[in-house]
Structures are given as C-alpha cells and as structure tokens.
Design a protein around this ligand. Structure first.
Ligand SMILES: Nc1ncnc2c1ncn2[C@@H]1O[C@H](COP(=O)(O)OP(=O)(O)OP(=O)(O)O)[C@@H](O)[C@H]1O
Ligand SMILES: [Mg+2]
Length: 220
C-alpha cells in the first residue's frame, strides 16, 4: 500500500515565479491495483508521480510504503529502494538518443547488482511483445515517438518492479498499441504489481480500479 499524506510541492518558494504544483493531497494506492491520476494540463500529475517515485522531494507531507515513511529515510536508502522496486515511464520518455533501443534498456542495469547481459533475452522478448523487435539494434534517435514510448516501457519493466509509475503512457502510440498496453497493465496487475499512472485516455481510466481527479494541484 502506498499512502500519500498531505503532500504539497511548491516550486521556487518565495520567488516571483513561485508555483504551488500540489497542495495538501492525501490518497491511498492499494497493492495489486491500477490507479489513474487525471486532470487538465498543469494540475500536478507529473509532480505527484515524481514524488511518489522518489525522484522529487516534497515541500511538506508524507509518503508511506507499507506503513514506512520513505521521506525520513536516507538518500542512499531511497535510491536503493527506488532501484529495486520502481519502474518509471516518463512523460518525456527520456531515452538516450545516441544509443540503441537495446542499450537503452540494459544501461540502467549497470547501476544495480545485475548482469545486464543476462537480461538481453528478456528485453528482446518484450520488444517482440510490443512490436518493436526489428528496432532493437537501431539508434533511438531514429525511432518514431510511438516506438520510443514502447522502448521506454521495456526499460521500466525489465527488472520486474513491484511498483510501476507511468506518466501519460499512451499519448504517443496508435490505438492498436494502446490496446496492447492496456493488456500489459492488466496482466501486471494480475501478477501482483501496483500501477500508478497519469492519463487523459478514457479507456485507460476504465481499466483503473480508482481514478483521482485533480484541479490546480488539488484533489477534486
Ligand atoms: N521544475 C519545475 N519548476 C517550476 N514549476 C514547475 C516545475 N515542474 C512543474 N512546475 C509547475 O507545476 C505545475 C504542475 O506541473 P505538472 O507537470 O505536475 O502538471 P501535469 O498535470 O503533469 O501537466 P501535463 O498534463 O501538462 O503533463 C505547473 O503549473 C507547472 O508549470
Ligand atoms: Mg505531466
């Protein structure tokens, strides 16, 4: 269970460009569920996902994983926890353009205690499943937006993480690939994973066990 308690994020505090991106948000994410965050552009979805994924530090509030406050832990502990348990699919994809699709998936494994070579077969299986097997050895800068989004999926899922954070995961893909992605999220949930995503996609919201709507940084 993930518990978010009174979470607030103020960017550029005290400056002319101060922005209250998230204000006093509390919510719970049950294990083995899909939770969707939705709301207009700028309402705080990415900010919340980044804080839940321990990429961004809140201004105030608490985040608990299975009852443990993760914000009070050391930076080292948080980094380890994130590496071991989280898969993150970024809104802006964030692949390295000068590396191949396969390299992009395997490179992050070098920062863990894992042997990247052992994951190549698994990566190629995922590429096939997502219809990009023939792009595995192409440079990412030569991939279409939808192909890059699918590559970002593989990078997030390769380590079989317990929690998956997906920021607008179907914006760049066609309907057929969207359906494939709905199927992948469903089977991840069936296999015990917890998925928190942000989306405007009505089909993805239908798939979710719970939908939280935001407006100007607040739950509504
Ligand atoms: N690093 C930052 N520095 C300053 N302000 C920021 C930063 N990141 C986000 N913001 C502001 O915080 C607010 C929430 O941004 P956020 O990216 O969380 O929105 P979002 O709901 O994900 O929007 P979108 O649907 O466009 O992706 C916005 O007003 C944005 O301008
Ligand atoms: Mg966003």
């Amino acid at each position: 269970m993930i518990e978010v308690k009174n979470l607030t994020k103020i960017f550029n505090r005290g400056k002319f460009n101060e922005t209250a991106a998230l204000v006093d948000v509390s919510l719970k994410v049950r294990d083995r569920s899909i939770v969707a965050l939705t709301g207009p552009s700028g309402c705080g979805k990415t900010t919340l996902l980044s804080m839940m994924g321990l990429i961004l530090t809140p201004t105030s509030g608490e985040i608990l994983y299975d009852g443990e406050s993760v914000l009070r832990a050391s930076d080292y502990w948080r980094t380890q926890f994130r590496r071991q348990n989280f898969g993150f699919i970024f809104q802006h994809i964030n692949l390295l353009p000068q590396y191949t699709t396969l390299e992009n998936v395997l490179l992050p494994l070098y920062s863990s205690d894992l042997a990247p070579g052992e994951y190549e077969g698994k990566a190629r299986e995922w590429f096939s499943r997502l219809g990009i097997a023939d792009r595995a050895d192409h440079l990412v800068e030569q991939l279409s937006g939808g192909e890059q989004q699918r590559a970002a999926f593989v990078r997030a899922l390769i380590k079989d993480p317990m929690y998956i954070f997906a920021d607008e995961p179907t914006v760049f893909v066609d309907e057929e690939t969207s359906r494939l992605i709905y199927g992948i999220f469903s089977s991840l949930r069936d296999s015990g994973k917890t998925i928190v995503l942000s989306t405007h996609d009505p089909e993805l919201m239908k798939l979710a066990d719970e939908v939280f709507r935001f407006s100007k940084g607040r739950l509504c």
